[in-house]
Design a protein around this ligand. Structure first.
Ligand code: ITT
Ligand code: NA
Length: 181
């Protein structure tokens, strides 16, 4: 058995594989689940995981990850629109937007939704940090402009990022629950 990680984002898969190594194998699967209009990442992820589990034949468990970057000074923007904003505005220009603000605090949030024949469970993770000019070649997405404790997430190894990140925290909650079932 392998967990089917339904995502088009290879960075997410790398982090999940690294974290779940020795617990459960992870396989990337492409499936375009419906992203419902909602301000709740948990609701979006849970519905997506359920739909993917059913549509993929209800054989193997499914994992979905819905994440966002929430910038304090921008009223939480881009939040649930983070993927769209990365594609259109871009990471560098989002930094320039934040640069003009005195308050550069931001947080990443992610919700992991796991679905199998017994039901659907969600696990959340958050990390608070500061937006900075882009640094580092690792990670993905907004990592180069998100600094935690003096280091951008793009300057961290996958293992280091997992030890402090929103996704790492959600994976920790998931792994604990998964192991205890
Ligand atoms: P899937 O929906 O296919 O999983 P996606 O990249 O569209 O992939 P999201 O909607 O969850 O995923 O992503 C929201 C945005 O936030 C997107 O631009 C990501 O690149 C970015 N993002 C998510 N997790 C991140 C992380 O750990 N570090 C930096 N950026 C991240
Ligand atoms: Na997405």
């Amino acid at each position: 058995m392998a967990i089917q990680f339904v995502t088009g984002n290879e960075g997410k898969v790398r982090e999940a594989e690294e974290y779940l190594e020795g617990i459960e194998p992870v396989e990337q699967v492409s499936f375009d689940y419906t992203e419902i209009q909602s301000d709740s990442l948990a609701e979006i992820a849970a519905r997506g995981a359920r739909e993917a589990f059913v549509e993929l034949g209800e054989e193997e468990p499914v994992l979905v990850d819905d994440a966002g970057l929430f910038v304090d000074a921008l009223g939480g923007f881009p939040g649930p629109y983070s993927a769209y904003v990365e594609d259109t505005v871009g990471v560098e220009r989002l930094w320039r937007l934040a640069k003009g603000e005195e308050n550069r605090r931001a947080r990443f949030e992610t919700v992991l939704a796991y679905a199998d024949e017994t039901g659907t469970e969600t696990f959340e993770g958050t990390v608070a940090g500061t937006l900075v000019a882009p640094r580092g070649e690792g990670g993905f997405g907004y990592d180069p402009i998100f600094e935690y404790d003096g280091t951008t997430m793009a300057e961290m190894s996958t293992e280091q990022k997992n030890s402090i990140s929103h996704r790492g925290r959600a994976l920790a909650a998931f792994a604990e629950w998964f192991d205890d079932r």
